[in-house]
Ligand binder design. Structure first.
Ligand code: GRF
Length: 215
């Protein structure tokens, strides 16, 4: 399998899930824009290379992104994985790495883009929500969708428990998506739709809540 870099800003629970899913050997570097990100501690104690590029030290988004790009290129990654990276990337950056950057968002895109997607879904009283893994383009939370996982919003859920159900789903879905990309099973078509090679057991039903759909 190829290698990838992970970009984080805070907690890093998805990073942890990737490591627990057997992907630790494929992670070339964890990069954080926040020197105090908890995920950095986890990476260090797990023996993963870390880099800090503190955005406060850069005069503009473009200058920060240039430094980020230089750092990423040191590792020649097959994939750039955003996992709670709380910065909008400039279009220059995104276009340089076309079809190489992925993100996970805590809603069924294109619904509930931007911050607090779980709360937006809860307050809208939708009956199902979930998480979406997608390629990153210069339109926020709108790139080609790779996979979605579904969480029914049952009556007993609070905004907090809904958010943790979605996060639990992310932790199984995102590593699965990364593995599929690294093994060449995910293809972006000319119309920007995604086709995934499916193998037996891919569309996993986990307990009564989790269900993935690969595009
Ligand atoms: C997750 O909710 C993910 O959907 C969003 O950022 C959060 C990252 O959490 N993109 P963590 O840092 O991986 O714990």
């Amino acid at each position: 399998m190829g290698n990838f870099v992970v970009l984080i800003s805070n907690r890093g629970s998805n990073l942890e899930a990737m490591c627990n899913a057997g992907l630790i050997g494929c992670i070339s570097c964890v990069i954080s824009n926040n020197p105090n990100a908890m995920g950095l501690e986890f990476a260090k104690t797990s023996g993963v290379t870390t880099k800090i590029i503190d955005n406060k030290n850069y005069i503009s988004r473009e200058v920060f992104d240039e430094e980020l790009s230089k750092t990423i290129d040191l590792f020649s990654p097959q994939l750039i994985v955003l996992a709670g990276f709380m910065r909008i990337l400039s279009s220059g950056f995104v276009n340089k790495y076309k079809n190489k950057i992925i993100n996970i968002h805590p809603s069924l895109l294109p619904s509930f883009v931007g911050a607090n997607a779980q709360k937006q879904a809860f307050n809208t009283r939708v009956k199902v929500t979930g998480a979406t893994a997608h390629y990153v383009t210069d339109r926020l939370d709108h790139g080609p969708i790779i996979a979605q996982g579904i969480i029914p919003v049952t009556q007993h859920l609070s905004p907090e428990s809904l958010a943790s159900e979605i996060l639990r789903l992310e932790h199984t879905m995102y590593p699965f998506v990364i593995k599929k990309i690294l093994t060449g099973d995910v293809e972006i078509n000319t119309d920007n739709s995604v086709t995934t090679q499916k193998h037996d057991g891919d569309n996993i039903q986990l307990g009564e809540f989790f269900n993935y759909i690969f595009y």
